[in-house]
Every structure is written in C-alpha cells, then in structure tokens.
Ligand binder design. Sequence first.
Ligand code: MSP
Length: 476
Amino acid sequence: MKKKILITTPIYYVNDKPHIGHAYTTLAADVLTRFFRTQGNEVFFLTGTDEHGAKIAEAAEKLGKTPKQICDENSKIFKSAWQNLGIKYDYFIRTTDKRHEEAVKKFVEKLKEKNAIYEKEYEGLYCTGCEKFLTEKDLVGGICPDHKTEPSKISEKNYFFKLTDYLPEVEKLIQENQLKIEPENAKKEVLGLLKQGLDDFSISRQKERVKWGIDLPFDKNQIVYVWIDALLNYYTGNGTKEFEEYWKKGEVIHLLAKDILKFHAVYWPAMLLATRRKLPDREFIHGFFTVNGQKMSKTLGNFIDPNDLVNKFGTEATRYLLLSQFPLTQDGDVKAEGFVGKYNSDLANGLGNLVARVLTLANKYEVKKDRVDKEIEKKAKEIKENYEKDTQEIRLFEALEEIWKFISFCDKYVEENKPWELAKTDKKKLEQVLSNLLYCISEIADLIAPFLPETSEKIKTQIKTGKSEILFPRLQ
Ligand code: MSP
C-alpha cells in the first residue's frame, strides 16, 4: 500500500564541521528515502542545522566571529558535504530561519496557554557541550564524561515545562508501541529512564547568560532553551501545507543516535502531547561509533571528514564504506586503514569485477536468449525478499549483505560454469549461462539503487549499450 512517509535526521550543531558520524545518519536517511520511493511511497526527507544556544555562541567567540556568521558558513559546509555524498534531502531547515523562529514562539505561547509551564528559581550544573543541566551522578570526577569539561554552577529564574504531567502517557504510548522506539534495547532504556522518574525541565534561559537564541515572547529577559527550539524543527519543516500532510496522514520516522535518545523519546512526545499534536510513529536509534577506539575529535586527530573519503574513494564508494561497517543498531569502531581493503574486496573485486566480467563475456559471445533459468530466478527472488524486509526494518547493513551474497553467488556461478570453456563445447548452454548472468547483474543494479544510485544507473546503461567501463578502479 502506498504511504506518505516523513524521514528526519537530527539537525546538527554548527559549531563545527560535519564528520562521518553526522554523515552516517544522513546517509541512512537518504538510502531509506530512496528505498521507500522505489516501493511506491511518497517520501519527504528533512534534515538541517541546529544553530542557536551557548555552544554556537562560544564557538563563534573563539573564532572572533558573530554567531550568525558561523551559522551561515557552517550550514553551507554541511550542505556541501551532503551534496558530495549524493544525499538528496527535500528540505534543509536552519533554526535561524525566520519562519522557524516564529513557529517556536507560537509553540511556547501555546504551552503557556495550556498551563503547561511555570516559573521557578533554579540552581544547577550546566554543561555547554551537552546544552543541558547535569546532576552530580552524571559526572565522573566532577567532569562531564562526554565533553571532558567541568560544568558551570548556574542559578537563575527559568520557565519550567510540566514534563511530569505527561510522563504516564508517554510511557503508555511507548509500551504499547504507538510510539515505536527501536531497537528493543533503546525502548528498554527509555522505559528504564521513565521508571526512575524524570523531573520537569526548564524551557528558557536567562538572556544575560545565553544571548544567542529565540526571544521568549512573554518574558524579554529570557530566550527559548535550544532543545525546545531544535526539536520543533521536525514540525516546522518547509512550512507548506504539503509538509503538514505528512504529519497528519503519514508515518513519521525520526533517525538518531542514542546520545539524544531522552530528548527524542521523552521530551519531544511530551511537548507534543502538551500541545495536542500528533506524535511521531517511529524513532530508530542507531549505534555510535568511535574511530580508532576513541570518540572523534580534532585534538585526537581521529576526526574523519566525509569529504576526504569522497576525494579518495568517490561518492558512491564512500556511501557503501560507511554503511557497511556494522549493523546500524550496534556501536562499533571504525578503522580508517580498513577502508582501502574493503573498497578493493567488495567494490573493485566484488561488484565492479562481476559486472565487467559478465559484460565482457556477453560482448564476446552473442547472447540472444533472454530466458532465465527457474533456479536463478528463485535465488534472485529470495535475495530480493530478504533485502526488502531488511531495508523496511532499517537493517541497512544486512540489506547490503544480502546483495553481496548475491554477488558471491554469481561469482561462483561463473566459476562453476566456465563460460570460456562452454564457448568451445556447448554454445547453447553458454547462451543460457550468459543470459542468466545478465539477468543477475540487472537485478543487482536494481537492488543497489538506494545505496549506490549512480552505479546502479551506470550498470543499467552498460547492459543496454554493451560497453563496459570500470566502475571501481583498484586502489593501492
Ligand atoms: N543538535 C542536536 C540534535 C537536535 S535534533 C532536534 C545534536 N547535534 S549533533 O551535531 O551533536 O548530532 C548528534 C547526532 O549526530 C547523533 O544523534 C547521530 O545522529 C549523529 N552522530 C554524531 N556522532 C556520531 C557518531 N560518532 N556515530 C554515529 N552517529 C553520530 O545532538
């Protein structure tokens, strides 16, 4: 059945350039968008940048620039990285867009109207890296374990959202899978958090301390907390009626990693419940990866810029290399040195070599038949079914594995049937074998389309014209 599907990624902070962690989520969203479209669905793919808050203001100050300057510069850098990766989103939202800012103001007014906020004097430990208050038990030796910095003690008057009013409802919706949190361990983690109990949280910051943000409409000394502002991007979208329809009638899927699970699986649904809006349908939480055993950082020198990979391997290969590291739901370690080996084995010697081999043979010996053996058709069908199920369930790594299983099957089929010998002994069988193989590579071209769209087109053209060109040159 044809569906309307909205796929989103987190909107990324513009205090720095994108690395392969950001690319990972955005690529997964791009692949899913393309896949769901091949299944006849209408899909809207939303991504963008998170541009307000202390984190951005501090980064700008360090560079001697205004926050707006670094937002403009870095959001462009994100866009160009996505272009280099062949990522085609439908809309790129920036939280400094006027339209979004107005929507955020309306939203907080609505919270007030619904009596979902109150004023309170607050004292706490604030980590700018996380853009949130931490408790003593979040700290390791007095330091934020994620950002390796000491949080600052802050005391101020804020507006608080009555989160606790909505928690039982959020819990119920998650438990009953009306709000699906996937995979299962992420769901368990959220339910665990809810069981422990969570406090109301402040939705504003004093302007004296954080200047870079959206004015709170009913208190000019305060700005809207950056997470409220950011989460609302999913609702603002491109501001059209068409976009609204995705929320009203479609399936809404948020992709993210576990670092921001609580915001998405607890705060966000509660915010929507408080304002009587529809909730997302599905939140898919993928794993977090380290590079050479550590969290990516410029100082450690293990920061991998996706543009560098594109320069070395090309757009298509980079897409493959990133998504074929490990199952999406697992954490893992990326070894930069491993990329060349994987490129050569899976792309140059695997996919590329198979296509070249089949086309060379098909050129050398004429293939008139286009009848395919039943057993080959059966094999292709089985692979396709597994692949579709995997992709539907967002198991992109496993979907790729299915395709590569099929590639190995074809390699083996060539080895076993030895077309070059059949050319001397059995012309009829040769025709059949080659016609089977041509069918297989055209199936492969279809299957890889969401992952490697250009390669898919190239293979189809090569089959049509009979001209084979190297898809992935071997690298040293
Ligand atoms: N601005 C907030 C999100 C607001 S969404 C309403 C934010 N931005 S971020 O730039 O820090 O991006 C976090 C997201 O980037 C993760 O949830 C994940 O999607 C992606 N990743 C960042 N680093 C990653 C890895 N090392 N590994 C996998 N994904 C990573 O949080």
